[in-house]
Design a binder for this molecule. Structure first.
Ligand SMILES: Nc1ncnc2c1ncn2[C@@H]1O[C@H](COP(=O)(O)OP(=O)(O)OP(=O)(O)O)[C@@H](O)[C@H]1O
Ligand SMILES: [Mg+2]
Length: 315
């Protein structure tokens, strides 16, 4: 649905976007993560046909961005990071104005505007003036506007900036829903954990270079040196520390590199680098008569992953 090949943009000596290759399918929600000035907006603007690349190609639903800008724009819902609002227009007038530009006419127009307002939870401001909305409300109306023509592809440039925690959760819900509707979504952010649980894929960009691109779990896996297991065992009799006994046993495991007990009684087992299969560990606990109440891989924070993966790539 979105494909880029060596997409490149230069500003004088500065390479804002450097040979970016992306391939996203329907239902993919791609988290585009990178610090300020890394090239996120530039990349999205090129895909949206709003900016000409210096080199490379981009296709939206199989249509090249060169020579098909009308069709490509029809397929895309682009939400810029900042957009102008029109004075003396109510929310409904504003949306109807854009719906008309997309040639949504007759009773369908009003209906579609109502649906989009509902989707962003702003129906109650239908008659308010757009220039009197709060920043977060303006952001939501911007998102409603982006969805009006039922685009297949959504390019959302930091849709969550300026939103309160509740609205952020709603945006995440909306992103998930767009994925379920088989839309292809690129959503940018520098707030990393924000995207971790809604994106099916994540890409990290720095200084115009796409450093990693892949499944969220895969990226996290790459970022960590080794797996850490978190284990808790049931304390049967007071005074006999089963936890300590279990930790001693775990230290003997071939897969384990180090074992520590946290304050809350969780045993952290850091595995040797490269070890992926640790099925023998729960087995040995059970065989030794321990009753595990918790057994899981420690989650890798996306922020830590990012810092890890982008370490030392300053040009
Ligand atoms: N019109 C322009 N002229 C010159 N340089 C530009 C222009 N637009 C962008 N740049 C430069 O290109 C680089 C990438 O900018 P871009 O806006 O794509 O970053 P971004 O990742 O969206 O950052 P942010 O997180 O701050 O929104 C920056 O170094 C920026 O200064
Ligand atoms: Mg930007």
């Amino acid at each position: 649905m979105i494909e880029t090949r060596k997409l490149t943009k230069r500003y004088g000596d500065l390479i804002a976007v450097n040979e970016i290759n992306l391939s996203l399918a329907a239902g993919d929600v791609f988290g585009f993560i990178g610090p300020n000035g890394s090239g996120k907006t530039t990349t999205m603007r090129m895909i949206a046909t709003l900016l000409d690349p210096d080199y490379g190609e981009a296709y939206v639903c199989g249509k090249s961005i060169y020579g098909n800008s009308r069709e490509v724009r029809r397929l895309i819902g682009y939400m810029p990071d900042a957009f102008g609002v029109y004075e003396d227009m109510t929310v409904m007038e504003y949306l109807e104005f854009f719906a008309a530009a997309f040639r949504i006419d007759g009773p369908a127009r009003r209906k579609r505007c109502e649906e989009c307002l509902e989707l962003v939870d702003m129906s109650f401001k239908r008659d308010a003036y757009v220039n009197q909305l709060s920043r977060g409300q303006t952001q939501r109306i911007g998102l409603a506007r982006t969805l009006l023509h039922e685009p297949e592809v959504l390019l959302l440039d930091e849709p969550a900036s300026g939103l309160d925690p509740r609205a952020r959760i709603e945006i995440r819900r909306l992103l998930r829903r767009l994925g379920e509707l088989k839309k292809t979504v690129i959503v940018s952010s520098h707030i990393l954990p924000e995207l971790a649980d809604v994106c099916t894929r994540v890409g990290m960009i720095e200084k115009g270079n796409l450093l990693v691109d892949g499944d969220v779990r895969e990226v996290m896996r790459k970022a960590r040196e080794s797996i850490t297991l978190q284990i808790r065992v049931k304390e049967t009799e007071p005074g006999t520390s089963r936890t300590e006994a279990a930790a001693k046993l775990l230290e003997q495991a071939d897969e384990a590199r180090s074992v520590t007990i946290a304050d809350d009684g969780t045993i952290d087992v850091s595995l040797k680098p490269g070890v992926e299969d640790y099925t023998a560990i729960p087995q040995s606990l059970l065989e030794a008569g321990f009753a595990p109440t918790l057994f899981r891989e420690e989650e890798v924070n996306l922020e830590t992953a990012f810092m890890e993966l982008t370490k030392g790539v300053q040009q």
